[in-house]
Design a protein around this ligand. Structure first.
Ligand SMILES: O=C(O)CCC(=O)N[C@@H](CCC(=O)O)C(=O)O
Ligand SMILES: [Zn+2]
Length: 344
């Protein structure tokens, strides 16, 4: 590798968008950290001091979800300029630069359905990129395998408005239990709600949790806007909690009881071309329905609400047959969960 490179104006995002398909691997020492640009949009930073914390921050897995990309790019600028000290290992991933340039969620296939090797069944830019991202994660987590705190926050923004603006999807835990430290971190990061997944998926956060034992979340930070139109002040809480994690190597602790908890009751699946969701385009995430309301139907199936208050998340019937058209969620309580940590 060459001995140095520089992003003009410390702007990793601009450099990535100018080289959306590939770039030469490069390495640079900045403020005591070693930076490895492994591929376009794939930047690993190793701090000067040993650490047991390895944090993956992925953004732009859906190319049009630009707010989190701008948020993380600003943090990187501060690391590169020395304004923000980095004392943990960090892998920053701009997931899909080609679709970010196009202002689209994806080019061929929704990349957040291609992890855990699902990319092997497809061709095209997202399949190749999902493979490359998995390999970058594998290299990153291979270091310090013992005793490592592995974290992965996959930051997104949603297509619709939401009754709870910021929320996380907790990947299916296979009965292992949940982390109260992570829920406190999500509370400190300004999240209003968390959804507990009920089954394996081919999302990025499920992959890093299942394969590498990382504490992983899909984190929804509000609504989708184009580059330049995001109100970054709405991300102030997560900005400050991530900066604390990076510089002090500690997870900030908010009040976990302030986070509403929902269990996922059903993943709705499109099963025919005539599949419809019986809701308007302005219906927000977390809108609840009355029991027996017919939420979705096709010539092959019908889904009716099972319990008063069951709510819809991510409704979108504009997907290929076989893919998810939404999640039906039900309120549950923090007290009903079992935790990884001893709560004393
Ligand atoms: O707003 C929407 O409909 C989609 C927002 C989005 O991209 N959500 C993620 C959630 C992933 C997960 O379930 O962990 C997605 O659909 O990929
Ligand atoms: Zn997304």
């Amino acid at each position: 590798m060459p001995s140095h490179f520089a992003f003009p104006n410390n702007d990793f995002l601009a450099y990535t968008l100018a080289n959306p398909v590939a770039c030469e691997p490069q390495v640079l020492s900045v403020n005591g950290c070693d930076l490895y640009l492994e591929d376009t949009g794939i930047l690993r930073i190793e701090p000067s001091q040993p650490t047991k914390t390895s944090l993956v921050l992925s953004v732009g897995v859906h190319g049009n979800e630009t707010g989190p990309i701008e948020l993380i790019n600003n943090m990187l600028k501060d690391i590169l300029s020395g304004a923000l000290a980095l004392n943990i290992r960090l892998l920053v991933l701009i997931g899909n630069p080609v679709s970010a340039n196009a202002g689209k969620r994806f080019i061929d296939i929704n990349m957040n359905r291609l992890f855990s090797g699902a990319w092997k069944k497809f061709e095209g830019p997202e399949a190749l990129r999902a493979k490359n991202l998995e390999q970058a994660i594998e290299r990153f987590y291979a270091v310090n395998e013992q005793d490592n705190l592995r974290l992965h926050y996959d930051l997104h923004t949603a297509i619709r408005g939401s009754e709870y603006e910021k929320f996380a999807v907790y990947p299916y835990d296979h009965g292992a239990g949940y982390s109260i430290a992570q829920l406190r971190f999500l509370a400190a990061s300004g999240l209003d709600a968390v959804l507990l997944s009920h089954q394996p998926t081919t999302t990025f956060s499920y992959y890093t949790n299942r394969v590498f034992g990382a504490h992983s979340f899909t984190v929804e930070l509000g609504k989708v806007y184009p580059f330049g139109e995001n109100d970054l002040s709405r991300f102030a809480d997560i900005d400050s909690s991530l900066r604390q994690l990076m510089s002090m190597s500690t997870l900030p602790e908010g009040n976990a009881s302030s986070v509403k908890v929902f269990s996922v009751e059903e993943a709705l699946i499109k099963d025919a071309e005539d599949y419809v969701l019986n809701i308007g385009s302005d219906v927000k995430n977390f809108t609840g329905f009355d029991k027996d309301f017919c939420l979705a139907q096709s010539s092959l199936s019908k889904y009716t609400i099972k319990s008063d208050g069951d709510a819809i998340i991510f409704p979108n019937a504009n997907v290929p047959i076989g893919q998810r058209t939404g999640l039906v969620v039900r309120p549950t309580t923090l007290e009903s969960l079992s935790f990884l940590e001893d709560l004393g």
